[in-house]
Design a protein around this ligand. Structure first.
Ligand code: GLN
Length: 280
């Protein structure tokens, strides 16, 4: 790349660099917009604008990192989720669009105006903050085992004008004493530990603790289903995101612990990815 290149020249260079990836054009545009402190619309509107040299060299460094697999969200430091813009870090899972299905379904549950809600393994705070955004009268708490994730979620609450969401460090329920909730939601780790999926693409740069959970991926889900019984009000709901092939296992676990009104919801690929049930 020569010095004094235009926006369109830089983008064309990056499309070439990233052509083996899944989304070279959107990746390149997001990265350049971030480096320039502008929107992607700006890039499309001013393709002939010459880019400052320091911005250009920063852009080239980030594109090179993207080429070896670093997720765009890590390179630009943020990811949009629901109506929020969330800071991300390599300490947590990058919020996924499919988790918006969980938020949407949780909002449809028949739950009180002033419910107490818990998000287990909150990471960036994505689920907790989205629910709080939609239901200002819910008292929402998010917990995460990783201290730096708790700090990140708190920053995201403040940045998204949701400072009342409570974030605590806790391994599942360990630091919650006898607290009870009307709704418990979770996107726990659920990928099988020997899955090939973990060796490819962006997930290689995300923490294994947020992705895998034993041979069948169900270790943490089992703990959550068992221990939620002690922390749900009678009539309270538990809703969990899981892998496309795990809904029958979740149904069995819910039945084993005497939950009722078990149901599953499918994602846009027609796969069951959310399961929920009620404590009688
Ligand atoms: N849905 C995630 C993925 O496909 C997995 C996240 C998780 O284990 N909670 O990468």
């Amino acid at each position: 790349m020569t010095a004094g290149s235009s926006i369109s020249e830089l983008l064309n260079w990056a499309y070439q660099q990233l052509s083996a990836g899944e989304s070279p054009k959107t990746d390149a545009r997001f990265i350049l917009a971030h480096c320039m402190g502008q929107s992607t619309t700006y890039l499309m509107t001013w393709p002939d604008k010459i880019v400052d040299e320091d911005i250009q060299s920063h852009f080239q460094k980030l594109v090179t990192k993207r080429k070896i697999g670093h997720p765009v969200a890590h390179l630009i430091g943020t990811r949009d989720f629901w109506t929020l813009s969330l800071e991300v870090s390599p300490d947590t899972l990058i919020p996924r669009p499919e988790t918006e299905l969980l938020v949407e379904q949780a909002l449809h549950l028949p739950i009180d105006q002033t419910a107490k809600v818990l998000d287990l393994g909150t990471g960036t705070g994505a689920i907790a903050l989205s629910l709080a955004q939609e239901k200002p009268d819910w008292q929402v708490t998010g917990v995460d085992v990783i201290e730096s994730a708790v700090a990140l979620a708190k920053r995201n609450g403040i940045a998204n004008l949701l400072p009342d969401v409570e974030f605590l460090q806790s391994s599942w329920f360990d630091n919650l004493n006898a607290r009870t909730f009307d709704l418990i939601v979770s996107n726990p780790p659920y990928v099988e530990s020997d899955s090939h999926y973990l060796l490819e693409g962006d997930v290689r740069f995300e923490p294994a603790s947020a992705l895998t959970s034993g041979k069948d991926g169900l270790d943490d889900i089992k703990i959550i289903i068992e221990q939620s019984l002690k922390h749900l009000e009678s009539g309270g709901w538990l809703m969990i995101e899981h892998g496309y092939n795990q809904s029958e296992d979740l149904a069995k676990l819910f039945m084993q612990y005497q939950y009722t009104h078990i149901f599953h919801k499918k994602d846009l690929n027609d796969q069951p990815r959310i399961s929920a049930a009620q404590k009688p």
